[in-house]
Design a protein. Structure first.
Length: 123
């Protein structure tokens, strides 16, 4: 793996080691968040928006990961669909993201912070 990318050490024993890139954790979190009913889309920074406009898919858009020694902090930025309860959708996003990341990595997620950036009108 690239030396300048942060990695999460999942396992290290006599058979070898398993490391997961920070970007992989972000993709897991992003996919989990978009599965929640009421999440219109992920919200990203200007770079993410340019990538989207070019037709490329950025699965980690709107996700910030902080890898600590024995746990992970995750910040999620979403656009919520009009008519949905912000507290309810946010709680479901927190639960879904935590469950997906912990299940797939085996590492404890200590926090999932949700930031609602905008409200999207139906099409």
């Amino acid at each position: 793996m690239s030396e300048n990318k942060k990695v999460l050490n999942i396992k290290s024993d006599e058979t070898g080691e398993v490391k997961v890139a920070e970007d992989v954790v972000a993709i897991i979190a992003g996919l989990a968040a978009t599965e929640v009913d009421g999440v219109s889309s992920m919200a990203g920074n200007i770079t993410n928006e340019i990538v989207s406009k070019l037709g490329m898919k950025n699965l980690s858009k709107g996700i910030q990961i902080d890898l600590l020694d024995d746990h992970i902090l995750i910040d999620v930025a979403i656009n919520i669909a009009y008519g949905f309860s912000i507290p309810e959708v946010s709680q479901k996003v927190q639960e879904k993201v935590r469950s997906a990341v912990e299940t797939m990595t085996g590492v404890t997620v200590s926090e999932v912070n949700v930031r609602v950036v905008s409200v999207a009108m139906g099409e």
